[in-house]
Design a protein around this ligand. Structure first.
Ligand code: GDP
Length: 302
């Protein structure tokens, strides 16, 4: 399983181990660092790498005059993130199909920013010279269809829609046919984010995947999970729940403009090893950025 790589092999996540360690020490001392080294080593970080990281952490601790182990956790996490950065799985690019229609499924709970993100992605793709269509597959949230339709009009693209309360898969099927007819490059499909009814949601997404495969045999190129970054650990557990329901190829973290620290990036990576592909930085259609790791780390260390 590609998700069970490196640090994620351990039953207890790395972050909970360092939190537990921090809780046991009142002040940072040599014993603390020794325990930290052990945790890193047991987490499958190579011994040389552990020495390098711990040296860097010690330097930072001296520089910032940190004494409370709880304050050190963020520094540890930053250094760990640099290791994660070497993981090629952190690709941010959309995996387009150059031969066939590229289908992108958008999932996430209501209010996470799914509809807005669809508009932002469509806008970005239009700027790249691609032709785009959207499918109003969230037939459950009141107003979701109209909201997407308004964005589509603004963007000058077609929005395929059905009735509120109707079958999302049939909307997606209509959209697939239409997208094929019109020979567009990308079809972005909205879905309902009813995480409170997991069985229904799972069945619905499975059905959608089956229907997509009938028209585009390779299935959706991307299933992007939209998470509100301001929800912190709640966002992490949402990602966990969704990953049990369907295969997620990437994350979009919205509302990064509304949170001082984007530590959620690391927590999700630590818990699930799913790459963050985009970040939302506002409510307008050009407020979307490809996730930039260096910029992110720089932001965290500021
Ligand atoms: P959905 O229910 O998941 O489709 O969520 P919406 O797309 O309707 O977004 C919910 C609210 O969050 C709306 O008011 C959006 O304007 C706002 N929103 C979405 N993305 C962002 C973002 O990146 N930054 C900020 N500040 N607001 C956002």
């Amino acid at each position: 399983d590609k998700y069970v790589a490196g640090l994620d092999k351990s039953n207890t996540s790395f972050s909970s181990k360092i939190n537990e360690l921090a809780a046991r020490y009142r002040e940072i001392d040599d014993d603390y660092f020794e325990e930290l080294e052990n945790i890193l080593i047991m987490s499958d970080v190579g011994v040389n790498m552990v020495m390098t990281i711990v040296d860097e952490i010690k330097k930072e601790v001296r520089l910032q005059n940190i004494r409370d182990p709880k304050e050190i956790n963020e520094i540890i996490i930053d250094k760990m993130f640099v290791i994660y950065a070497n993981d090629s799985y952190m690709t941010t690019k959309i995996n387009y199909d150059s031969e066939d229609l590229t289908v992108i499924l958008m999932i996430g709970v209501n209010g996470a920013g799914k509809t807005t993100t669809i508009a932002k992605l469509a806008h970005m793709m239009l700027n790249e010279g691609k032709t785009v269509m959207v499918a109003a597959g969230d037939t459950f949230r009141a107003g979701a269809i109209d909201q997407l339709d308004v964005w589509a009009k603004r963007l000058g693209i077609e929005c395929v829609k059905g009735k509120e309360g109707g079958d999302p898969s049939s909307v997606v099927f209509d959209a697939l046919k239409r997208a094929k007819e019109k020979n567009v490059d990308v079809l972005i499909c909205d879905t309902a984010g009813r995480l409170q009814n997991k069985v229904n949601l799972m069945n619905e997404l499975e059905k959608m995947n089956r229907i997509i495969k009938r028209v585009v045999p390779q299935g959706p190129q991307e299933t992007l999970l939209v998470i509100d970054a301001t929800t912190g650990q709640n966002g992490v557990s949402q990602a966990q729940e969704f990953s049990k329901i369907t295969n997620i190829t990437g994350l979009v973290l919205t509302k990064m403009d509304g949170t001082a620290k984007g530590g959620i990036v690391l927590s999700i990576k630590d818990a699930l090893n799913i790459p963050v592909k985009f970040v939302g930085l506002g409510e307008q259609m050009d407020d979307l950025q490809e996730f930039d790791l260096e910029q992110y780390i720089y932001g965290l260390c500021k």
